[in-house]
Structures are given as C-alpha cells and as structure tokens.
Write a new protein. Structure first.
Length: 70
C-alpha cells in the first residue's frame, strides 16, 4: 500500500521550575510552531507547555489528542 507518511516528533518537556526556552534548544520551538496536531498524555499540562514555548492558538480541541492511561 502506497501512501503519504508524516513525521512524528517527540518533544521534550522540562522537569523543573525553569522556563522551557532556558533549557531547550530553539529548534524545538521552531518545530512546535510548525506542527498542526499533537498527541499528549495530559491535555492541560500540554497546552500550558506548548503556550510557553510557542505562540499557538488552539482553534479546536481536535488539534490535541491525549492518551488515556488504562
């Protein structure tokens, strides 16, 4: 089956109180700004983190897909 494949980026987050852009390379910011969809563990913390490193406005909830732990 031939099809168009995308890319999956694993975006690191900070573990401490530091601002993300103090410890993450600027390339992470650029990649996050270019992404349209995110797969996350926790919606609230993911939105907060993404807003800290990039000026992204979530137009609808479908741009974030969170993973429910079983």
């Amino acid at each position: 089956m031939k099809g168009k494949f995308g890319k999956l980026f694993l975006i690191p987050t900070t573990l401490g109180p530091n601002e993300p852009l103090e410890v993450l390379p600027i390339s992470v910011k650029k990649i996050v700004e270019d992404l349209d969809f995110f797969i996350v563990e926790n919606e609230k913390s993911a939105r907060s983190f993404i807003k800290k490193i990039a000026k992204i406005f979530f137009k609808n909830i479908t741009s974030l897909l969170w993973i429910h732990k079983i």
